[in-house]
Design a protein around this ligand. Sequence first.
Ligand code: IVH
Length: 669
Amino acid sequence: MQEVDRILQLREELHRHNYRYYVLNAPVIGDQEFDTLMHELQMLESRHPEMFDPNSPSQRVGSDLSQEFRQVEHKYPMLSLSNTYNRDDVKDFYVRVSDGLGNEPFDICCELKYDGLSISIIYEHGALVRAVTRGDGVQGDDVTTNVRTIRSIPLKLDGDKSYPANFEVRGEVLMPWASFEKLNTQRREREEQLFANPRNAASGTLKSKNSAVVAERGLDAYFYYLLGEDLPSDSHYDNILSLNQWGFKTSEAMRCVSSLEEIYEFIDYWDRQRSTLPVATDGIVLKVNSLSQQARLGMTAKNPRWAIAYKFQAERACTRLNNIAFQVGRTGAVTPVAEMEPVLLAGTIVRRASLHNADIMNSLHLHRGDYVYVEKAGEIIPQIVGADETRRNAGGEPIPFISLCPECGTPLVRYEGEAASYCPNDVSCPPQIKGKIEHFISRDAMNIEFLGPETVDEYFNRNLIHDAADLYSLQVGQLCGADGSKLKSARKIVESIQKSRSVSFDRSLYALGIRFVGKVVAKSLARHFGSLDALQRAAREELLEVEGVGEIIAQSVISYFHDERNLMLIGKLEMAGVNFIMENHIEGSADGVLSGKSIVISGVFTRHSREEYKDIIESLGGRNLSSISSKTSFVLAGENMGPSKLQKARSLGIPVVSENEFLAMTDIS
Ligand code: IVH
């Protein structure tokens, strides 16, 4: 077979496997087999640049190149639905439709209302040509490159299926709960602002300028609307089934019904069951099923008359806002927190709710004494959604965001591109100093038992400590009462402080509280550099080679070591005997089997843990790197290695070494 034909054959085969894996959830081949086919395709594509196709399965990994979004006009405007919140409105809709159709029979298609962002995609001759966001309904952003990375969206339809030559399909791009939680855990670790809910996360991701980021974040998409000149059926329901046949992910919850009672049953069922779904839903959508009846009903200025959205009631409570407190964290970030009369909401008593930042707080226009509505956002965190203005006291004052730090009076600042306001006084603003000490003693850092926020507060107020290093000069006599009371606990405290001097380097590094250096990054840095000294000397490029370290973290580490005050603190800690050296760290021994080799580990291993492999590599003189580049010597691949990593390795011609091959190569059992 000609190479060119083989490329076409492989593309088709890989599209089919993608579909089976991401849409049907029923793969017929293993990851390794998939990877082998992908490798062959990439190799052949690199030999035939004239065969480039943006819809090739090899393009799903996205690219780091920054892109600007072009504004594109929709062929058919993207309408929104009018919302209803109760059964009477649903009944009114039903009656209106019936009247509008002169009392002839009609069916209603009941669907879930997915809570993501809508997307419109155009297919020509079975190939995805353009994907556009809703925008203002008339024109939106061309996000084709990003959409191509969403694995469940077909890039090429199966040629055997009879789809129209041109059609447009609309659906919702979503971030499944599992991907959302993973992303926020990662962001928490890096002290980055969390996404409030999967919708914001999906939207932020789809509008990312870097499509490689989109490829990693595990977005999904469900399709619920087909448009075009020659559609397969006059029934909306049947058209969605066709969409499903052509390879699109559609909802299994769809039901076609012919009475109001059945609609209510559908609503009740999904109001209870929606928490079991992998993605967020915020209501249901009712659509007249027949397209010709839809056309007869037509639309109002903004919404179709043939469809309506019924929104599920978010669990909501109303209570009095007593005050807004402003909290200063250890990084100096100021968070407004609403303090309310306690109220029961979805099984728990709520007293406080974060208002996140100045923009969010100001958008709520809160007054002291307001009655506010509290909802559980994403079904987890209580959030104020608004105030009942009809119950507002005539004299009630609006509460402004503060301009001075409530703790030290320093004018607050806002850094470009950040939503938070900061108190820049990290030298003498008490909560920042205390926060840093509390972080230092915490369990994952120096793990100083018997010390807690209250004791730190007390010692700070008594002028016994001004920074974390001062802990090491505390004497039992200073901590117990003059009459010898609390002697036992004072001894324990001093003992546990002294004991902490020998914690492992990754912990003492994490304890320093360098911005964006969370537990995991501290471990990678400690393992890579072996000592604080080496880390301090590291250049930006070297930092970027470490697993989990990107531009922002690298810059933060560099700035940390440029600050004289941090160097003084480190000096004091070293004098006190705190350990800043990795135990068993063997500097890349020049004669090790892996000396001079840069290795990326990926996947799950059976003979040793991932961490053990990292240690093995370093003890044999090799270096662990996080991402694959042309400088990578080889990839040590376990099972389930991420397809994007594998594709990248293949495209750069980097060898992929299996666990057994690696063990044989290093002579380790
Ligand atoms: S149909 C003309 N069906 O809700 C009808 N929309 O305001 C077009 N949505 O912008 C929309 N699930 O983002 C439809 N099953 C569903 C939906 C759905 C979620 C979203 C969509 C739309 C908004 C309606």
